[in-house]
Design a binder for this molecule. Structure first.
Ligand code: IMP
Length: 211
């Protein structure tokens, strides 16, 4: 089976990508020895800038191979788009941009969720719209070849629901099915999510590259 290298050790991201990959007859795997490679400082101002930076840096460690990196986050309308590119470390603002976290550092999903809930305390349901955004960058030998953008629109609940997924999944309700992303199977999440949407575009591009 064809294997696509992903520049992450985040099991939640890998699980989401694996769902879409399996439906397409490919498999995903982390870049070999990912956690021992020098980490990349995610100091870009946009998801795309960070995704490109990660894909380019990690692709240098596997010459000739296509490497895919994901940069993603939650944009809440009532918070003027926050947490946005700072989603992974929203509850630790003094650590923002100081340390990379793809290798697992500085992420505290419960604290991040608690901060979002606190900031939305006074906000009524009809004003709790937001979206997950994902940008995937595909790079080879240190150069970005293409980028892919996915979005999922939803509502931020006032309490967490569901035990699957990661990050803000338990707070993010997807109106079409009235479930949070943490109440979905991997297959369902990849069908509805920002990451699934971006990855399906990648897979089409990848097929056309190989043809
Ligand atoms: P990144 O590693 O800079 O892309 O950070 C992504 C952060 O955004 C994660 O740590 C989560 O907090 C949040 N996030 C991105 N995608 C998802 C998702 O699919 N579900 C829940 N949270 C997500």
């Amino acid at each position: 089976m064809r294997r696509i290298l992903i520049a992450t050790s985040n099991p939640g991201k890998l699980r989401d990508l694996a769902g879409a990959a399996a439906a397409h007859g490919v498999e995903v795997a982390p870049v070999p020895n990912f956690s021992s490679l020098p980490s990349v400082l995610e100091d870009g101002l946009t998801f795309e800038a960070n995704a490109r930076k990660k894909a380019e840096a990690y692709s240098r460690h596997v010459p000739g191979e296509i490497v895919v990196a994901d940069d993603s986050g939650l944009e809440v309308d009532a918070l003027h788009g926050a947490p946005g590119v700072h989603s992974a470390r929203y509850a630790a603002p003094d650590l923002l941009n100081q340390q990379p976290h793809e290798a697992g550092a500085n992420t505290d999903d419960d604290a991040n969720n608690a901060r979002v809930l606190r900031e939305l305390e006074e906000v009524p349901r009809e004003k709790r719209g937001g979206r997950f955004v994902c940008v995937l960058a595909a790079a080879r030998n240190g150069k970005t070849l293409a980028t892919f953008h996915g979005k999922a629109e939803g509502i931020i609940l006032d309490a967490p629901r569901g035990a699957n997924g990661f990050g803000y999944d338990p707070l993010f309700s997807f109106p079409q099915i009235e479930k949070t992303f943490a109440e979905l199977t991997a297959e369902e999440k990849s069908r509805y999510s920002h990451r699934g949407a971006a990855f399906r575009q990648f897979l089409e591009w990848y097929d056309s590259m190989e043809a």
